[in-house]
Design a protein around this ligand. Structure first.
Ligand SMILES: [Mg+2]
Length: 117
């Protein structure tokens, strides 16, 4: 599976990349929302799943989801956040997303979730 990871915390990108590549997934990483969108729109057909942080400076996770949905893409989209209350904020946008992963996450659970898509 081709996975796009977007998070402003390098440690999160590193650990997810480590586990996901170990499971033979192909991973593209972006350290902010703007770069994440650039990666996505460069080759939207080559992204099977987006894992995206909610809180990021400038272009946050909600902005990323909004741009992707406005383009007409229905790519599976999973939010990640260290703040449980963000789940309500993202739901209130009315934008379609598939899952909300609370950090710190259990990597086994993350792999199970990814492999369910
Ligand atoms: Mg963040």
């Amino acid at each position: 599976m081709n996975i796009l990871l977007i998070d402003d915390e390098p440690e999160i990108l590193k650990i997810l990349e480590l586990y996901l590549t170990k499971k033979q997934h192909s991973v593209k990483m972006a350290e902010n929302g703007k770069r994440g969108l650039q990666h996505f729109f460069h080759s939207p057909d080559q992204v099977d799943l987006v894992l995206c942080d909610v809180r990021m400076p400038n272009t946050n996770g909600i902005d990323v989801l909004k741009q992707i949905r406005l383009s007409g893409s229905q790519v599976p989209f999973v939010f990640m956040s260290g703040h449980a209350d963000e789940e309500m904020n993202v739901q209130e946008t009315g934008l379609a997303f598939d899952h909300f992963l609370l950090k710190p996450f259990n990597m086994k659970r993350v792999i199970e979730l990814v492999e369910a898509y």
